[in-house]
Design a protein around this ligand. Structure first.
Ligand code: SF4
Ligand code: SF4
Length: 368
């Protein structure tokens, strides 16, 4: 069955067609308030951006969503979970400091922030799930405890998943660090013949698992936590995982976690994707590269799979931007995500999500 995905472009010539107005309008026409009951404690799940990153969702758009949740009679709170790696969001104190530094203060966004898995990621709820890979998903306690959920996602590329949108924000983004570790079961290895010994991987590794000796990197798999930071920073593509055997189970685990998160919130979750500043990497990296395609707009739906499928298609319909990270696939209609990283399998994320009932890849786009 086809799902409705509502779309607003980026053009604006007066205050009624500003992007902030469009966020409010999308929330209404996509009927996201239908999932929110009076008195709900509504989790607004987003990503505050790693310190140094500046492509996360603009807090003024988040404020527009918060106001709409309040109009529905609910009490919104902004939320995210602690990261697997150290960085600037590895515990709730650092995470809150980062969120405030990035403009998510109460005075701006109109809602409190709760880091959903607690100070050190131990506020965890086990949700049983009979997936191919996951039997007990470890979900952040305060996301599980919320009455309803609004998931705001910056749609962009990802080193291993291909793209990150609503599905990844649900699956990886709502898991505790232990849950993230379970999903990141893949371990990378270095390709000596490509390594130049620049040591960037060694500096980036949060687990001390990389050693560069005699200008060659090696990875201790026993210490590795599978965060893929080394792959992201390597300028020589000298670090890889076994794409033949690891990529599909990795995507399956993300999708199964996403299902576990919404399983207990049937009809109580809504989703918005922001196709603005579509960078090659996720907002977990402490930088933001130039966009790979022009800004497109904002989408909303109650179906995260249809929403990501529509976002994926809209990005691919664009021409690639010269001077960006794109290596191929620049023509309109070509896959931009495999044009950056030929090994990724974006389509598999969507296919598996549909296969296990998270939503439908079939959608009809309703333009505001
Ligand atoms: S070796 Fe790479 S994937 Fe493993 S913990 Fe270090 S940075 Fe993360
Ligand atoms: S970042 Fe890449 S090139 Fe540099 S040392 Fe590590 S593996 Fe080698």
């Amino acid at each position: 069955m086809s799902s409705s995905v509502f779309f607003a472009d980026i053009r604006s010539r007066d205050e009624h067609s500003s992007l902030v107005s469009k966020v409010r309008d999308l929330f209404t026409v996509a009927n996201l308030p239908a999932g929110i009951s009076k008195g709900d404690r509504t989790a607004v799940k987003l990503h505050f951006g790693e310190l140094g990153n500046d492509s996360y969702i603009n807090p003024v758009f988040v404020r527009a969503v918060v106001d709409k949740v309040r109009e529905a009679g609910a009490m919104p709170f902004l939320t995210d979970t602690n990261t697997l790696y150290l960085g600037s969001r590895g515990n709730a104190v650092d995470h809150l400091e980062t969120a405030i530094a990035h403009g998510f203060a109460y005075a701006v966004v109109g809602a409190p922030i709760i880091i959903a898995d607690g100070l050190r990621g131990q506020n965890s709820v086990r949700i049983s799930f009979s997936g191919r890979n996951i039997k007990n998903a470890m979900i952040a306690g305060d996301i599980a405890a919320a009455d309803s959920l609004v998931v705001l996602s910056h749609f962009k590329g990802h080193e291993v998943a291909g793209f990150g949108g609503a599905i990844k924000n649900l699956g990886m983004g709502c898991a505790t660090p232990a849950g993230k570790r379970e999903q990141h079961a893949a371990r990378p290895f270095s390709r000596m013949e490509l390594c130049t010994g620049c040591c960037r991987c060694e500096s980036a590794c949060p687990a001390g698992a990389v050693r560069v000796t005699e200008a060659k990197a090696s990875i201790d798999k026993a210490s590795c936590i599978g965060c893929f930071e080394c792959m992201t920073v390597c300028p020589s593509r000298a670090i890889e995982i076994d794409w033949e055997t690891e990529i599909e189970p990795f995507l399956e685990r993300i999708v199964e976690y996403a299902c576990a998160v919404v399983d207990k919130k049937k009809k109580k979750a809504g989703f918005m994707n922001f196709l603005l500043r579509i960078t090659p990497d996720c907002d977990c990296v402490p930088w933001s590269d130039t966009a790979i395609v022009p800004d497109i707009g904002i989408l909303a739906s109650d179906d995260p799979v249809a929403l990501d499928a529509a976002s994926f298609d809209l990005v691919n319909q664009q021409p690639g931007l010269p001077g960006s990270f794109l290596e191929s696939g620049s023509r309109p209609g070509e896959d931009k995500f495999s044009g950056m990283r030929a090994w990724t399998r974006s389509d598999y994320q969507l296919r598996y999500a549909e296969e296990i009932g998270l939503g439908s890849r079939s959608y009809h786009l309703v333009t505001l």
